[in-house]
Design a binder for this molecule. Structure first.
Ligand code: TMP
Length: 254
């Protein structure tokens, strides 16, 4: 089979040219990194699970009218997505104090926020993803005030929907990161959700025990990392047909 042209390789994913113009193939790796690549490792089966979880969540979001880049899952580790121009901003929505918010303000992890907070970070590994405000985003031309209104409103809708969905399976959605892109359709530009939504990009805690079911297990060497990803997939009812025994999936990247 002809080798596909690789467009981009990130920490957890590879993007290949898609079968039709305007599409890409998004391949999910088992590679994990944290603290801007200062820590790296492998979480066996993560790519297969994240492919499924992201498919599941993006499909549900599409169903409620949130536009996303997801087209369809192709196989265990790949999905077909629409090619967008990525807006160089990470949008973080927080419901509970954790992670860098706790560190920045010396606050106790686990305290619920009275209202959800949306934060922006500039997507730049070289600069260590600095936190930015709407002023930076508009002044540097990354997005217009109208784009930002759209991004904020989509982020809050996604948060409302996902909080409810995870609540239904006994999981607290502590925080998560989103990325958006621009899609040109005829002479119109639309902002749509891109990248992935998975335990790599969310903090997910068990409602009863506060056990972490996300990448923090890897970041902070908490053990049973694979189990946590599998548990989220299991509760969502989407463990791969072959079951947890075959989560490694095909190794070959064509
Ligand atoms: P933070 O507390 O480290 O700022 O992270 C907030 C949320 O965003 C958390 O769920 C993890 C996610 N996140 C990413 O997916 N990628 C990143 O590069 C960073 C910094 C955070």
């Amino acid at each position: 089979m002809a080798r596909r042209r690789q467009i981009f390789e990130g920490k957890g994913k590879v993007l290949f040219e898609g079968p039709e113009p305007g599409t890409l193939v998004q391949y999910f790796k088992d590679d994990a990194s944290a603290f801007n690549r200062r820590k790296s490792g492998i979480i066996t089966g993560k790519g297969v699970i994240n492919n499924r979880i992201s498919e599941f969540l993006m499909t549900k979001l599409n169903d409620i009218g949130v536009p996303t880049h997801f087209v369809r899952r192709l196989n265990m580790r790949e999905q077909l997505v629409r090619e967008v121009e990525i807006i160089p901003i990470q949008v973080v929505v927080r419901n509970v104090i954790a992670g860098s918010l706790a560190d920045r303000f010396g606050m106790t992890e686990g305290t619920p926020l009275p209202r959800s907070i949306v934060e922006y970070f500039h997507k730049s590994d070289e600069l260590n993803n600095p936190m930015i405000t709407e002023e930076h985003i508009t002044a540097f031309g990354w997005a217009s005030p109208q784009d930002l209104d759209e991004i904020m409103s989509l982020a809050l809708r996604i948060n409302d929907f996902m909080c409810g969905l995870f609540l239904g399976i006994g999981i607290r959605l502590v925080d998560f990161k989103l990325e958006f892109g621009r899609l040109w359709e005829e002479d119109q530009v639309r902002i749509i959700l891109a990248d992935e939504i998975s335990p790599d990009s969310c903090r997910l805690w068990d409602m009863e025990t506060n056990e972490k079911l996300d990448k923090d297990r890897f970041r902070h060497d908490l053990g049973r990392v694979e189990d946590a990803y599998q548990e989220v997939a299991r509760r969502l009812g989407i463990l791969p047909e072959s079951g947890p025994g075959d989560l490694k999936g095909p190794d070959v990247m064509q």
